[in-house]
Design a protein around this ligand. Structure first.
Ligand code: SF4
Length: 197
């Protein structure tokens, strides 16, 4: 996940748009607000990021903070999300349904689902900026935006998965495997990673 390593770039290639957006905001602003940290942090945990590496990752990412500020403001919550503090619950990562329906983002937030929560203009710009290196072109936008207008956000996300994995023989209708549509960001990332194996 370190932006300076090939491994980090490759990892990001497998992320659905909600997580790419959080990752890019974190890189740009060196901060995420509470629900952004929660959405992204639990996704990374379920993806397999161990607590020790999670603490290093968040510490490096929040480069505008002193060690003391980081420990006081964020360390407890990161450990908490790994079930190491408080109730010691093993919190699952949020599903698409939860991301779409709960904790609606405000204008300065970066959590949520871009297909639902971005303006249509911003969504199209972000799709091209994030995915043109993975084969998405302007010609793909009308179909994706039509799906977004019918509020079938997970179908739009699935179509983007198909387009960006076309070089790995994923075709329209294949979805993330066996025709399945995206219902969870981790399922998207796992399906993408599995294609590399
Ligand atoms: Fe993320 Fe789900 Fe939205 Fe795709 S449909 S961007 S996985 S919340």
């Amino acid at each position: 996940l370190d932006e300076g390593t090939a491994e980090g770039v490759r990892a990001e290639m497998h992320f659905p748009m909600c997580m790419r957006n959080l990752h890019e905001n974190l890189k740009r602003t060196h901060h995420l607000k509470h629900f952004g940290r929660l959405q992204y942090g639990l996704f990374l945990k379920v993806l397999g990021l161990p607590i020790e590496e999670a603490l290093i990752f968040w510490r490096k990412s929040f480069s505008g903070h002193t060690d003391d500020q980081f420990i006081k403001r964020y360390k407890y919550n990161i450990r908490h999300s790994y079930g190491l503090e408080g109730r010691r619950a093993n919190y699952p990562a949020k599903s698409c349904q939860q991301i779409l329906m709960n904790d609606q983002p405000g204008p300065t937030d970066s959590h949520g689902c871009p297909y639902r929560h971005f303006s249509h203009d911003n969504l199209q710009m972000a799709l091209l900026s994030m995915y043109s290196s993975q084969g998405l072109t302007e010609a793909d936008l009308p179909e994706i935006m039509h799906t977004v207008r019918t509020e079938a956000y997970h179908v739009a996300c699935t179509r983007v998965y198909e387009i960006t994995h076309a070089t790995q023989n994923v075709r329209k209708g294949n979805g993330i495997g066996s025709g399945e549509t995206v219902t969870h960001p981790n399922q998207y990332a796992e399906a993408s990673r599995a294609l590399e194996c």
